[in-house]
Design a protein around this ligand. Sequence first.
Ligand code: NDP
Length: 329
Amino acid sequence: NRQLHLVRRPAEKITPLDFRLVEAPVVNPGEGQILVRQKWLSIDPYLRERMNDAKSYLPPQPLDEVMAGGGAGEVVQSKHPEIAVGDQVIGLGGWQLFATMNGAAVARADTAQAPLAAFLGAAGMPGITAWYGLRKIIAPKGGETIVVSAASGSVGGVAGQLAKLSGCRVVGIAGGDIKCRYVVDELGFDACVDHRAGDFDAQLAAATPAGIDGCFENVGGVVLDAVMRRLNPFARVAVSGLISGGYDGQPVPIADANMFSTARVRMEGFIVSDHRELWPEARAELAGLIASKRLKYRESIATGLESAPGALIDVLEGRNFGKQLVELP
Ligand code: NDP
């Protein structure tokens, strides 16, 4: 087996030197367990937070152990009564080629509906994050204006498309012209604003002439502040993530909390893994939308286990374009 271990905790920015490639024997599955030959690793922003030795909703990633993370692959040995050799599954296999996991902790991917890798993206944890935040927190009504940040990403792309399916005016926020054009032309958002543009605030105002009723927030910082200033009374902000800051232990401020009282705005954070009971329903709906071509997504694919640290750095610096994956050939 080949594995990537975290060998030191990054100060602020991570580097490939924080990891070490390790050869280790494959662990045979015990009763109730399966052995998965992983084909895809899911590279997600939350992995950065796990590298810190800080109190959070997840325990810190232990040093000198396999880096945790989602993956997808094929079952090559099974000692679980309901999982067969050859099944395509998703689970928390970590950064390694072969993962021994409890059968009860994986989900089967319905590859008749969508490709295996989609169950790590639009029909996986990120898509379900979008589904939960949009449906359960923003709960949009037709005709409302919904803003989505990191709009070209795996979470943002799904959130915006679901809002469109609910009959909303949907405005994306993304970094750069190419991502913005993709968000409008391919994903079908009504408009997209470049957060790096000098006149970002003015462009956001022009794209939201009736104000903002709901915000699916992935970024925080100046992006969220600009949205907050345009919230309508009774607007809902679903805080999915604040990828622009916080990894160095510094607080992520909100410029104007006055909106909570004057505009009766509701801001609610959530962690998708708190709502596991909804995952099968959400996953089935999202996979069905992919199968019927009503839900689109794109992927950034790096190749080989060694590329995983660089792929995570790309996500944290906005160089990925769509769901970031590592393919294990
Ligand atoms: P994405 O594919 O959206 O990749 C991250 C994107 O964030 C980058 O491509 C970049 O897009 C943007 N970004 C990065 N740094 C900055 C910055 N400093 N300022 C502005 N934008 C930045 O990743 P995901 O779809 O996987 O995740 C999106 C968000 O969802 C993250 O905040 C993540 O933590 C959150 N999340 C939350 C979950 C939950 O349970 N609450 C579960 C899963 C994800 P651009 O170039 O357009 O700026």
